[in-house]
Design a protein around this ligand. Sequence first.
Ligand SMILES: Cc1cc2nc3c(=O)[nH]c(=O)nc-3n(C[C@H](O)[C@H](O)[C@H](O)COP(=O)(O)OP(=O)(O)OC[C@H]3O[C@@H](n4cnc5c(N)ncnc54)[C@H](O)[C@@H]3O)c2cc1C
Length: 600
Amino acid sequence: MSQSPLMDRRHLDFMLHEVLDVGRLSAYPRFAAHNRETYDAAIELAHQIALEKFLPHARKSDLNEPKMVDGKVELIPEIGEGVAAYNEAGFCAALADFDAGGMQLPFVVAQACDAMFSAANAGTIAYPALARAAANLLAVYGTERQRRLYERPIVEGRYFGTMCLSEPQAGSSLSDIKTRATPQPDGSYRISGAKMWISAGDHELGENIVHLLLAKIDGAPAGVRGISLFIVPRWRVNEDGSRGARNDVALAGLNHKMGQRGSVNTFLKFGEQGDCYAELVGEPHHGLGYMFHMMNEERIGVGMGALQQGSVGYQYSLKYARERRQGRHPDQKDPSSPPVALIEHADVRRMLLQQKCYVEGAQLLGFHASMLVDRAHDPDEAVRRDSHLLLELLTPIIKSWGSDYALKANELAIQILGGYGYTRDYPVEQCYRDNRINPIHEGTNGIQALDLLGRKAMQQGGAALKLLLAEIGRMCHQAGNHAELRGLAQQLGGLAGLTANVTREAGARMAAGDVRLVLANAAHYMTLAGHLVIGWMWLWQADVALGALAKASESDRDFYRGKLQACRFFFATELPIAEHAARLVQQAEPSAYAMQDAWF
Ligand SMILES: Cc1cc2nc3c(=O)[nH]c(=O)nc-3n(C[C@H](O)[C@H](O)[C@H](O)COP(=O)(O)OP(=O)(O)OC[C@H]3O[C@@H](n4cnc5c(N)ncnc54)[C@H](O)[C@@H]3O)c2cc1C
């Protein structure tokens, strides 16, 4: 079971069932028709389709990026076949209601299914993933009519979707977008402007593309408060749902990317002929809020997608290290003795352990956060409120720490393969290239760090952080019952206390006006918070593993021992980095802030 090239299935089962116990979600009325068996069946179906329809063209789509031919996007046919198989199996409707033809799966289970597809082919999964995100947004904020005309065909796998936020001059700073929306007497709008970097922005995979686009209505207030959200169909849609005339949306060019080359990335122009039809979603000027509702879940997806690339590289380098023989131990002087497998070298084991810690620690965080999304269905209002608060705090960490450290894992995988890792004959360099986008899109990791320290850690008087530290405290208390974990629990408890102090002091400094200097250390704060929560995830895994060890079969015992050893490794080699980061934030370390442009 654990031999899948996509993911260590034993580890996935451990996270979902032994640590998180996702089966208990079936106690919520929304998921009552499901149980552990239906969750596992959905994941296994995703695994099979990913192996058969996504993985085989991963290299081909890397070597044959999309082309623009006579104004149309040309993709290799395998992409369409993979997407069709995904849609036919119902994954385009994984989260949708049964009534709408959906699977009504919990978010955490849908994430586990997606993990298979993004591990197999990060480029191809972009098409249905964006479509599903657009459908989710319309399900929450669309009118009945908009849901019928635009969401329903996406759920049925006939239409696709995009997110049109960025413009050539406005990426991180969306308050500076220039795209305009002009109201029409019939209540619709006409759009004029250009959108840059739009993933899956144009292709022939389905009947239509629903662009969800941010624009400013004529006369809107300046800044983010003036941004509204629009549906802009590639083809207009008649009231009976049939396809109307081509809308005034033009493909102006393609961007040629470093990785994820199968997913077309476009530069789109809206309203060049003065007739780009659009419909407002929700209220005017609330567009960014609606988009962020969708993007928060997308950000968990970005972190998880990054970790899947980390996981594929880890699995591949582990297999390679077991098979390739090279060198001898430092104290083996006899040159005629046979070379040992790479995995015999402690330094190679260090690189494998680092990958294991980054990937498996952050994957558990991603699945835990996904379960917090599902707790929106809890009947208890206090559970819903606390889950939401915690999720707000954890989301930038999953996106940012997850994607930074998954990329470090890919670097280590390349390193383990030595010169071979640097060639295109082995898959680890593609993992790295496919992964390199994740710290950049959906809000750069620099912006995520600013959001974490400047807003999320401070909001409601630090209420989310208090919740997080209380959860970590409970974990430390529980793990401390095992003599073997007591020292680790004390170490993590100490770091949690330090985080509370550092955050309080940073907040006080910002309140006193030192905002820029404090936020100059936001990346260090992200390291602190990220390492703290990943330490929590490892202590949690170690606690469960220790409890299961006594009753486990011999092969399972190795699995649990591996968890315990990875936890010890993380606490010995990585957690102290967080203490250093904490001191930098505490001192409001000034050198980057004080550096002058002219001194470079
Ligand atoms: C492959 C790919 C796919 C994408 N898909 C989509 C898509 O589907 N839809 C969409 O709308 N967009 C998409 N994007 C756009 C993406 O979200 C932006 O590239 C990203 O938000 C960064 O914007 P930018 O490229 O303009 O960089 P900039 O905003 O110019 O940022 C450059 C650097 O400066 C830093 N920086 C900027 N502002 C600040 C600040 N205030 N404080 C500190 N540091 C700052 C950033 O962290 C970054 O390191 C995609 C991009 C790529 C490359």
